[in-house]
Ligand binder design. Structure first.
Ligand SMILES: Nc1ncnc2c1ncn2[C@@H]1O[C@H](COP(=O)(O)OP(=O)(O)O)[C@@H](O)[C@H]1O
Ligand SMILES: [Mg+2]
Ligand SMILES: [Zn+2]
Ligand SMILES: [Zn+2]
Length: 322
């Protein structure tokens, strides 16, 4: 703090001017203390800038002054925008820099997400004027899918000033169901999610697959697709059709818990089967696919071992899983 005078980056925010922190279940942003008082506008929040324009041919170009929001106002707006995204608190620390790739697929995942975030321009069109392609990350739990989504959304909102939302699919279904009981229509709840510039849908394919859930998902994705809006996805379900043929018979009963067995069976399932052909083919058009192999280590279980040098973790990566 107070480091600006010497030109050093602030130790708290690293010069970004904002910090992310976990407040309860949600990730929240705030303006860093180093940037709270503004020397540009002396706290007024706006600045006068000179513009030149030709109002009439006779008079020629004239200078005039306009009021513009100061950089500090824009910073506060972006922080407020971030606090509307709805990112979970557990990934409040997530950035591209602290994402670690343990295989090529994770490296590619980070590359795809970073590229998307850094080339995205407001309005969301690609070089040819079509909708900007999003991405879908598929992989086992604890491999950083939500982490990469969070890093992407933080960049878009705080560095580019984009409006974005994050939803975990089963929470969305629950919210809509609750809304129904309060007399709201599904469309009323889906509306804002259909319109937001960038939407991240986490845990795609999760749920009971009931007609209500399928219709909700179909409507949301169809609306975004038709509006040419960019959507990001993460899923535990596999994208590769080949996986089905490779599926191995499950371990003998009694060897694993039913919960384990159920999870394995679920993971082996294909996303295409979970969401149906119609949604799947839209995803193919809307997204770049990234599939993390099933043996990608679960970071939540192996964090300790992976942070330690390999030779300090005898017995392999999974030996001391919590
Ligand atoms: N490759 C990784 N590099 C750094 N942190 C990771 C990585 N994978 C997971 N994590 C961390 O582990 C926790 C769980 O990751 P998360 O992104 O929720 O996994 P997933 O969504 O794939 O189940 C988070 O705190 C996340 O920051
Ligand atoms: Mg996740
Ligand atoms: Zn700072
Ligand atoms: Zn200012």
């Amino acid at each position: 703090m107070g480091a600006k005078a010497t030109g050093e980056a602030c130790a708290v925010c690293g010069g970004r001017t904002w910090v992310l922190e976990r407040r309860g279940d949600v990730a929240m942003a705030r303006v860093c203390a180093c940037s709270e008082s503004c020397s540009v506008c002396d706290g007024r929040g706006h600045v006068l800038v000179e513009r030149e324009a030709v109002f009439s041919q006779k008079m020629g170009p004239r200078l005039y002054e306009v009021m513009e929001p100061c950089i500090c106002t824009r910073r506060r707006r972006r922080v407020a925008l971030f606090n509307d995204v709805g990112l979970p608190g557990v990934v409040s620390h997530a950035s591209f820099d602290n994402y670690r790739a343990f295989n090529e697929a994770q490296d590619r995942g980070r590359g795809v997400a970073m590229h998307f975030a850094h080339q995205y321009v407001k309005g969301g069109t690609d070089a040819k004027g079509g909708p900007a392609k999003g991405f879908i990350l598929s992989g086992p739990v604890g491999t950083g899918k939500t982490h990469l989504m969070a890093a992407t959304l933080a960049h878009l909102v705080l560095e580019v000033g984009i409006r974005a939302r994050y939803v975990e699919i089963s929470l969305l279904y629950a919210t809509i169901r609750r809304g129904f009981q309060e007399g709201k229509s599904g469309g009323e709840i889906i509306g804002p999610l259909s319109d937001v510039e960038v939407l991240a849908i986490d845990e795609l394919g999760k749920g009971r697959g009931s007609p209500f859930e399928m219709e909700t998902l179909d409507e949301l994705i169809a609306r975004r697709y038709n509006a040419g809006r960019t959507t990001l996805f993460a899923t535990n379900y596999s994208l590769e059709p080949e996986r089905k043929a490779l599926r191995t018979p499950s371990a003998p009963a009694g060897y694993r818990t039913t919960e384990d067995a159920r999870n394995t069976a679920r993971e082996a399932e294909l996303l295409r089967e979970r969401v149906g052909e119609r949604i799947y083919s839209r995803l193919c058009e809307m997204c770049t696919f990234v599939e993390l192999p099933r043996d990608t280590p679960d970071r939540r279980r192996t964090r300790q071992e992976m942070d330690a040098p390999m030779h300090h973790a005898p017995g392999g990566l999974r030996s001391a899983g919590r």
